[in-house]
Design a protein. Structure first.
Length: 364
């Protein structure tokens, strides 16, 4: 087949949304044209108004709660977009970092009639694109959307494509491996796993020669640019990364998975937005909610899939997070024991660690 498959179509849609290009969406025989709210321009907003009388700013229920707007659709809210609302106003509603500059926004009437399935699908795409989970959505009939997609060379996503992409979302391929001597161990190999759906690659750092028939000492470490690379004191990620590698080396063998799920799965740009909100007094969970995200957007099944691909079926897991233990067990990798990894507390992250314990159940 020369044309793109479902995985490739959704990858194309994510890329389009990230650069502000509209995406056509059809679900349950209704549809519309969606543009990322944070990427929309005045020209694109005008173009959407030209094709539909029904324009909505679609946000998650978490963001709606912050704005005191009604989420009649459960997990999302369709805010009615006034004819005179500018793209700057759209940005201000979508991104809470603009709130101090626009303190008198609202009220926000929410749409409660009609089918919200295509809007929900569009918001899902922005999430996986590591954008703020919100779109400007111009509603139209399914036939009209298909015509617009063809005429304007827009990527078209429907229920069938999304379902097929979901079925293969955890398929990864080990594309390369090499010996990499580390400061903690000269006997180390790095394996690079590439998701078949075009999302970011993940890495497995294998130290020594762990026995595939025995539980392997392991850590699932989510990428943290600020903590791992530049020594940020706002988290404990960097110290945990180094302590885990040192413990594996002392034990003689093990695997550290470096998963590109920055900011608990929301991406670096959104993590910086969350940091800005934390500077205003919100804790790490509240900041996520104000942005429109859940407490934790990571998918630990990816880690289980990589371990299985490497030949492991059980682990001694270094973590303070019970959700990782539950996620691994649910994905078919048995957690034989949990080993705590309590390092890196300082004056700048003590409240963050308290929040992780109180609201996310971390055992600290």
């Amino acid at each position: 087949m020369l044309g793109p498959n479902a995985e490739e179509m959704t990858a194309r849609a994510r890329a389009d949304l990230r650069i502000g290009t509209p995406v056509a969406v059809v679900s349950d025989d209704v549809g519309g044209i969606a543009v990322s709210s944070e990427m929309i321009s005045a020209d694109r907003l005008g173009a959407l108004r030209a094709i539909s009388d029904t324009l909505d700013l679609v946000i998650t229920a978490r963001r709606a709660e912050t704005l005191q707007a009604r989420a009649y659709d459960g997990d999302i809210a369709r805010l009615v977009l006034d004819a005179d609302m500018s793209f700057e106003h759209v940005h201000a509603i979508t991104d809470p970092s603009f709130a101090l500059r626009n303190p008198l926004m609202g009220p926000f009437p929410s749409r409660r009639d009609g089918n919200a399935a295509p809007q929900r699908l569009a918001v899902r795409l922005t999430r996986t694109a590591r954008l703020l989970p919100s779109v400007v959505f111009a509603s139209a009939t399914a036939d009209a959307v298909c015509d617009l997609a063809k005429t304007n060379s827009l990527t078209l996503i429907d229920d069938k494509i999304m379902a097929q992409a979901d079925d293969t979302a955890l398929e990864l391929t080990c594309v390369s491996s090499a010996r990499v001597p580390l400061a903690v161990s000269k006997d180390a190999h790095v394996h690079v796993f590439r998701p078949n759906n075009g999302e970011e690659e993940h890495y497995a750092i294998e130290i020594g020669r762990p026995d595939r028939a025995q539980p392997v000492l392991s850590r699932l470490h989510s990428a943290c640019f600020t903590g791992d690379l530049i020594g940020s004191l706002k988290c404990d990620c960097g110290p945990q990364l180094r302590a885990a590698l040192e413990q594996i080396s002392k034990t003689g063998s093990g695997v550290l998975l470096y998963l590109n799920q920055e900011g608990r799965g929301i991406g670096l740009a959104n993590k910086m937005r969350a940091y800005s909100l934390q500077d205003q007094g919100y804790d790490t969970v509240e900041a996520n909610h104000r942005l429109g995200f859940e407490d934790d957007e990571r998918d630990f099944r990816i880690g289980a899939k990589i371990l299985t691909s490497l030949g492991f079926s059980s682990v001694h897991l270094m973590t303070n997070n019970p959700s990782k233990v539950a996620g691994m067990n649910a994905a078919g990798v048995h957690v034989e024991t949990r080993a705590p990894l309590i390092v890196g507390e300082n004056a700048h992250n003590v409240e963050y660690l308290k929040t992780k314990a109180a609201k996310s159940g971390h055992i600290l």
